[in-house]
Write a protein that binds this ligand. Structure first.
Ligand code: ACO
Length: 329
């Protein structure tokens, strides 16, 4: 990839619903408690989108901010990629709705479904269009309204998820900054470990599917936990070996925020200090493909990354999918 045009992030944005659901709120809804949720997941609170709003509303807010930071107008966007497992409709895509909302009428638009790895996949796909010279201005959004596919009577999942959107603008690099490499993977043999069983062509919506709560997320948490700890480390090692670097060379590592214990496990394995591995799961829960872009945006806003910093991002999720991006800031 070294001889090709690299992609840089020139703007970022985030949008979160105002409504906060604390662990104490959940204690009143299901048989759970703050101590269990905090010690098992690291989550203190999460956000829930108000009724009447949908993915495109949060995506729009995040995108407008990212475009403004990049100094671009909507009319400049060549392509919109929205990573989501909770689009507004099965069809048309949320990215098309976003294109219309923004007035980005030149832009090609598509959704990308890769579970919680969606944002990483979308960044990698966007960077390819820049590398080959096809496009110059690409808007990549990670947006999830998981509260709409959460069974609020199931304590094993309802404590975990939150709503949010993060967006970045990708443009061709002029210096040596930009995406250095990426690593994308999937294993469909694990499809049943994390799924929304109904609502697709396999089990279309019916009275029975509604009654059986088959439109909500079902997850084998223990298996996903084991899978996550294995693949995150493997992915990082692959990317680092390729570039002949070690974890000590990384300035920041943005991990998918699914469980603080997974983040801590990886951080300790790599012997990285806490300040280099951002955490926002305590405030927002698991927002699937929105967790990394929101964390990234928060660190960009506070000016954490300096030119030349090495930044890695790694995510994993339904599919199964997993993958990482290594970039020079
Ligand atoms: N409150 C209180 N008790 C609970 C709760 C709750 N909210 N949920 C489960 N329990 C109970 C269980 O019933 C079980 O009780 P038992 O021992 O009497 O049977 C006990 O707590 C332990 O349950 P486990 O499922 O073994 O708990 P674990 O420590 O594995 O934590 C968790 C569960 C948090 C889901 C963990 O497995 C996890 O985070 N897995 C990874 C999930 C993940 O990474 N998903 C990412 C992809 S999903 C996405 O991003 C969209």
């Amino acid at each position: 990839m070294s001889n090709r045009v690299k992609s840089v992030i020139t703007g970022s944005g985030a949008a979160l619903p105002e409504r906060v659901i604390t662990n104490n709120d959940l204690e009143k809804m299901v048989d759970t408690n703050d101590e269990w949720i905090l010690s098992r997941t690291g989550i203190r609170e999460r956000r829930k989108l108000e009724d009447g709003l949908s993915s495109v509303d949060l995506a729009d807010r995040a995108a407008v901010e990212a475009l403004e930071k990049a100094g671009l107008k909507a009319a400049d966007i060549d392509m919109i990629i929205a990573a989501t497992v909770t689009p507004d409709y099965p069809t048309p895509s949320t990215s098309c709705l976003l294109q219309a909302r923004l007035g980005a009428f030149k832009a090609a638009a598509m959704d990308l479904s890769a579970g919680c790895t969606g944002f990483i996949y979308a960044l990698a796909v966007g960077s390819q269009f820049i590398s080959c010279g096809t496009y110059k201005n690409i808007l990549v959004v990670g947006v999830e309204i998981l509260s709409r596919v959460t069974d609020w009577d199931d304590r094993s999942t309802c404590v975990l998820f939150g709503d949010g959107a993060g967006a970045v603008v990708l443009q061709p690099a002029t210096g040596d900054s930009g995406i250095v490499s990426f690593s994308l993977h999937s294993d469909g043999r694990g499809a049943d470990l994390l799924k929304i069983p109904a609502g697709g062509s396999m089990i279309p919506a019916s009275h029975e599917s509604l009654q059986n709560k088959m439109h909500f997320i079902k997850m084998n948490g223990n298996e996903i936990f084991k899978f996550a700890t294995r693949v995150v480390e493997d992915t990082l090692n692959q990317m680092m070996q390729k570039e002949n670097i070690t974890a000590a060379d990384l300035d920041y590592l943005f991990l998918h925020q699914a469980n603080l214990r997974i983040i801590d496990y990886i951080r300790k394995r790599l012997r990285m200090p806490e300040e280099k591995v951002p955490v926002n799961i305590d405030r927002y829960g698991n927002m699937s493909s929105a967790t990394i872009p929101i964390a990234l945006h928060e660190y960009i806003v506070k000016g954490a990354m300096k030119k030349g910093d090495l930044v890695a991002m790694v995510a994993f999720g339904a599919g199964l999918t997993w993958g990482g991006i290594l970039m020079k800031w």
